[in-house]
Design a protein around this ligand. Sequence first.
Ligand code: SAM
Length: 197
Amino acid sequence: MNPSTPEYWQKVYLNEPRPGWDMDGPSPVLAELLEAAAALNISLGGAIAVPGCGFGHDAAELARRGFRVAAFDFASPAIEGARTRYGDSVDWRLEDWFTTKEGPYDSIFDHTCFVAMDPERREVYLEECANRLKPSGLWLAVLFDDTKGRPGPPFQMPMAEARGLASGRFEVLHLQRAVQSHPRRAGREFLVIGQKK
Ligand SMILES: C[S@@+](CC[C@H](N)C(=O)[O-])C[C@H]1O[C@@H](n2cnc3c(N)ncnc32)[C@H](O)[C@@H]1O
């Protein structure tokens, strides 16, 4: 099956009520990315989009921190699970990120959406992220450069390749290995902050 389709992901959710990637809470590196942005003295603005939100933990944490959050997933079990867990704290949207007409946003927070894409779609994905950002908007992402040899998704991406891809649409302000990763992911994640060109 093809991970570019909602059917692929729906099947994963139906087979695994708690999928392997789900952390039952926000990723610890969300706070690390926000700290990195603050250290660079850049504001994330008020309106944030979370593509491929899954059960919505990161989106709800951003809402708890005061952002206006729209979170997208094209798999209905994900959006239903997010709404059940977090109610209306977020604007949950059952939509394909590639075709939504929503936005533009001040920032995008991407945690295991970009890396879950068919690698063939990476460039188009980044283009769509840039299209959904306001001028100088920020793309914040958590990526993997080691998937323990598993075929994917998620698909691994060397840091140098991420820089090259992101540079087409964004000025890369931050690209560093994560230090606050969940123990299951220690040493395998890196963080990117790009500013729309
Ligand atoms: C690996 S899961 C990660 C979920 C969540 N970010 C997390 O870390 O818990 C990837 C999610 O992206 C969603 N997704 C993949 N492609 C998408 C697209 N084009 N539009 C919206 N959602 C998408 C899938 O349905 C799935 O819920």
